[in-house]
Design a protein around this ligand. Structure first.
Ligand code: SAH
Ligand code: SF4
Length: 375
């Protein structure tokens, strides 16, 4: 490779991609596996430190490749153990990742895009507009940094992150080409070794891409629903005009055949007077049970709206949330209502992502901008 070529950031290659990369360098598959383990399982970025790789290979790698982390702009930690990192992705753009520890699991909520083009009314990322897709390397870099930084802090070589949810900034299924290798590295036994049920993609409902995800990397799926009727959903999630509810629900049922769990999670952001009335709950029930086969195939997460300036929206009153939940619970839907962050990890990130973006919370620690490769 000529010295003027930019180096390949190996964080963006899945195992197969790294095998192909190493083949070009004249290296065998098992070398790629060793290298992949050094990077993801041990968090090593410096090829020189990869002691069981031949010196000649280390030298070749140093010439044409790198393991490039994202610079950390800020870190905020909350009293409940939640940590939010803001990463610099260049040209004035930043994305966030949120670590949410709980008793039986520790979830990392990560971003897929800088900004978002979908423009949902209740979402501050949507209001910011779209800057660009993250590369696979930038998606994986969030996990790589968080996992190995936590191990360093906690002085352990034990796994720190047990679950990943794509619920930070951006619409993951609009960045499908980069999402797929990133997910593969999360799932790979030589990478992070997470099971498909512990990796969740959250989508606003890009129907054809849901089918492609089912075919290529069928991880757990969360669908941001927010409204049970097309007219209302059109006004909250503009994408609904392209993929209306009937098509979206049909895609969810198709996905179910490939999903690692026997349910799809639906997220529903509770907006006072907009989508939180008993009539909406009844309509939602009808939607979930369109085929008359019951509601056992879905799980519903009611997310209190996190307000942000100029949204013109208000979070539902607790008694409205309870009444809404009761209609669905009484009909047998598995409903989770989140009151505070950390209450329910499976969907806490939507709330947290909104909160960290939109509110100034107690800043426990503001870190200086770090070197790109934190070793
Ligand atoms: N774009 C994807 C994933 C990122 S958003 C999606 O829309 O599913 C992750 C979750 O956060 C979504 O369910 C979204 O509806 C929710 N969310 C966004 N803004 C919010 C806010 N202000 N308050 C509460 N939840 C919000
Ligand atoms: Fe984009 Fe999701 Fe926000 Fe909608 S809720 S604007 S899809 S990040």
């Amino acid at each position: 490779m000529d010295s003027a070529s930019p180096k390949t950031n190996l964080l963006g290659l899945d195992h197969e991609g790294l095998v192909a990369f190493c083949a070009v360098l004249g290296e065998k598959k098992f070398r790629a596996t060793q290298l992949y383990r050094w990077i993801h399982q041990r968090g090593v970025a410096d090829f020189e430190a990869m002691s069981d790789l031949a010196k000649s290979l280390r030298a070749k790698l140093a010439e044409c490749a790198c393991v490039q982390a994202l610079p950390v702009l800020t870190e905020r930690a909350s009293r409940d153990g939640t940590i939010k990192w803001l990463f610099d992705v260049g040209e004035g753009n930043a994305v966030e990742a949120v670590f949410i520890p709980e008793k039986d699991r520790a979830t990392l909520c990560i971003s897929s895009q800088a900004g978002c083009a979908i423009g949902c009314r209740f979402c501050s990322t949507g209001h910011q507009g779209f800057s660009r897709n993250l590369t696979a390397a930038e998606i994986v870099a969030q996990l790589w940094y968080a996992e190995h930084e936590l191990r360093r802090r906690n002085k352990t070589s034990e796994r720190q992150i047990s679950n990943v949810v794509m619920m930070g900034m951006g619409e993951p299924l609009q960045n499908f080409g980069q999402l797929v290798p990133a997910l593969r590295t999360m799932l790979d036994d030589n990478g992070y070794g997470l099971s498909r049920r512990r990796v969740t993609v959250s989508t606003s409902g890009i129907v054809p891409m849901m089918d492609r995800l089912a075919q290529q990397v069928p991880v757990a799926l969360a669908v941001s629903l927010h409204a049970p009727q097309d007219a209302l959903r059109d006004s909250l999630v503009p994408l609904n005009k392209k993929y209306p509810l009937a098509e979206l629900m049909a895609a969810c049922r198709r996905y179910l055949q490939y999903a690692p769990r026997d349910f799809i999670t639906f997220e529903y952001c509770m907006l006072a007077g907009v989508n939180d009335q008993p009539g909406h709950a009844q309509a939602l029930l009808d939607l979930l049970n369109t085929d008359g086969q019951g509601v056992g195939w879905c799980k519903l997460n009611l997310i209190p709206f996190n307000p942000f300036p100029d949204s013109g929206l208000v979070c539902s009153a607790p008694h409205d949330v309870q009444a809404f939940a009761k209609v669905l619970l009484d009909a047998g839907v598995v409903v989770t209502v989140r009151k505070t962050r950390g209450d329910d990890i499976d969907a806490a990130c939507g709330q947290l992502a909104g909160e960290v973006k939109d509110r100034t919370r107690a800043v426990v620690r503001m870190q200086r901008k770090r070197d790109a490769v934190p070793l």
